[in-house]
Write a protein that binds this ligand. Sequence first.
Ligand code: ATP
Ligand code: MG
Length: 416
Amino acid sequence: MKLSHSFVKTLRDAPKDETAKSASYLIRAGFLHKEMAGVYDFLPLGLKTLKNIENIIREELNNIGCEEVQMSALQNPEPWQKSGRWSDQEVDIWFKTKLSAGGELGLAPTHEEPITTLMKTYIKSYKDLPIYAYQFQTKFRNELRAKSGIMRTREFLMKDLYSFCPDEESHTEFYHKVEDAYKRIYERVGLGDCTYQTFASGGIFSKYSHEFQTVLPVGEDTIYFNEDKSIVLNEEVVVPEVLDEFNIKKEDLQTENAAEVGNIFTLKYKYSEPLDLGYTDKDGNKNTVFMGCYGIGVSRVMGVIAEKYADDKGLVWPEEVAPYKFHLVTIGEAAAKLGEELEAAHQDTVLYDDRDLRPGEKFADAELMGLPSRVVISDKTLAEEKAEITDRKTGAQKLLTLDELRDILSKYEKDS
Ligand code: ATP
Ligand code: MG
């Protein structure tokens, strides 16, 4: 991709009310545009980054047998009334609106009720189970305070997965598969060594739910952990009974701020009972479907990655998430010709800064945008058949021969 082709320009300043470092860089680097508090547009580089995260999640879920759907954002109140979650007293973050034909509808803050209702059409017998269906979908939540850029917004992209099993045993088996898939997802998006599976409050049916919490100074949550981090607890479960159960003392626990990047819940019959989702077993008896739900805040994950790794010069993207792997800058006419050629051959991996700007401005923008490797070819290095490559994260620099550069670009082209 050539930077001169994009309408997006890097900005010197971020909006004054934007306090999170990630949001300020994401806006200045041209990944996001702020519409209003808690509402953002994804621009080409930001959209590509978001899609890379989405694709990692999709691959890992497809690997454990999940099926992708896309449900509607507009919600019929009826199933929500049956579960008790239409009321603003029960759920305080609804966006609701009136139909001009009469009646009310809501903008989905989550999808347990509609997907449970949908499954009534397809689940009749034990032969129809299990079902694992997920989607990437925009959720709407009237959050009292939008915060920290895309880490807490009123409109955000969530991956939500719902499992429908005949019994607890088959549910538990799948639950463990999701735990493993989540570990691989956080690993691949670059958050593997700072994301912990925590014990969280689980509601009425199972003792605990689990959250995935990324250690982050500006995170809204506090996690408690023992020395080797084998036990990590959300704040709400640090109570005497739980401490006794884990055989630990509160004084022995350390704390960190963290951001919730995902969660997994055993729902059991919480929605299948009120919405009457049942199946007939082998003996012809009627049973209730055993459910689970599993969320990941896709746009929040992008914000957390940006916040976690940004330095004083700008963003720093992990390799699998970065919108492009290489940020190419050329200096001089002969080098520019080679630049055009390399960009044309590697359009998915090379971002070529072909704008009519001074090299210093291009280098500063490369640091702001944070692609993993910057490649500089000048007429001078070209005369020696060489190019300079700089690692954005470590600053390590190397001279490559043009053959070596071509090999590296081809390798990434294949991998991407
Ligand atoms: P939180 O405690 O952060 O409000 P939640 O308990 O409401 O999260 P869920 O309803 O289960 O979370 O949503 C699934 C995932 O969606 C969360 O783990 C989080 O990563 C993300 N998420 C939730 N609310 C927001 C929001 N307002 N903006 C961006 N992402 C969000
Ligand atoms: Mg919430």
